[in-house]
Ligand binder design. Sequence first.
Ligand code: WQD
Length: 334
Amino acid sequence: MSHIVVTGGAGFIGSHCCVELLQAGAQVTVLDNFCNSKPEALHHIAKITGICPALAQLDLCDESAVSSFFAANSVDAVIHFAGLKAVGESCRIPLTYYHNNLTGTLHLLRAMAENGCKTIVFSSSATVYGMHNTAPFTEDMPTSATNPYGWTKQMIEQILMDTAAADPDWAIVALRYFNPIGAHPSGLIGENPNGIPNNLVPYVARVAEGTLERLSIYGDDYDTPDGTGVRDYIHVVDLAKGHLCALEYAKTHHGFEAINLGTGNGASVLEVLHAYEQACGKSLPYVIAPRHAGDIATSFADPQKAKSLLHWQAESDLLTMCKDSWNFTLQQHP
Ligand code: WQD
């Protein structure tokens, strides 16, 4: 049985990935410092799968803790989610983001290499496509960023590319997520950010449950069918399954590959709002607000490389994603 370490495994995408790994028969250890997640996530994973993942509570910025862990444990592969990820916050505290995301990754990679573990799947982001590419985005397009968070993703991809180029023993897949939303159908795990959500769907969920008054739509004058921003929303369970396909691919392919995980379909803010209204059975109030600086009009994936290399494609539609999100939201306040 493979032993897979999941950094940030108590988080939104990490916890869904742990569920799929455990159900596929892997041994799972979560490395997490719970700075943006809760230990209860591991109990929810156990309730879904019947198995509680092992836990190593540590901060990747603590180099001695990271190297001690890998020296004491035989690890077959790592899925690396751990990192700070709020775009706006990254503009306010860039040094914290560069230290946490880059230094943590460097400690991880060094400890892995020193202990013979050279397989990693990295949680990258469509944000690396920046503002100068035109959708559908393909993996060969030039990358850039518009904020420190996005730069950390782009820089980590560069670190991984250089690592693989210097040592052919490495097998590295950088998965570029588009917009992960939804929740596990059990409703036990999902997206529940602390404070006021930055992202669209968790914000809409709070409006639907009545804890936020209305949605502010950031601009309705984009060059899109209804004027609101278009994104490629992908079910978090589909995304998690893509990670298992990437691990399988890495078993027989060394080197570095960047691969999109998206549906290939775009949906506007208004389309998401209406899908959520259908999912929750309520009319959801909104106002049109000014555009957010740095927002692009349209982002969606060309999903062909994932299909051909990973034999993976997203399956859930937008209504299902909204229904699963609403089901999770309802279970937060039984
Ligand atoms: C989606 C659409 C907004 C909130 C961000 C990060 C990216 C990635 C995914 C990690 C946009 C609009 C949003 C609101 C709105 N995260 N919106 N009102 O901006 O595509 O990407 O999350 O990798 O790095 O940048 O996702 O969910 O924030 O916004 O109108 O209250 O909804 O303008 O068009 P985004 P989002």
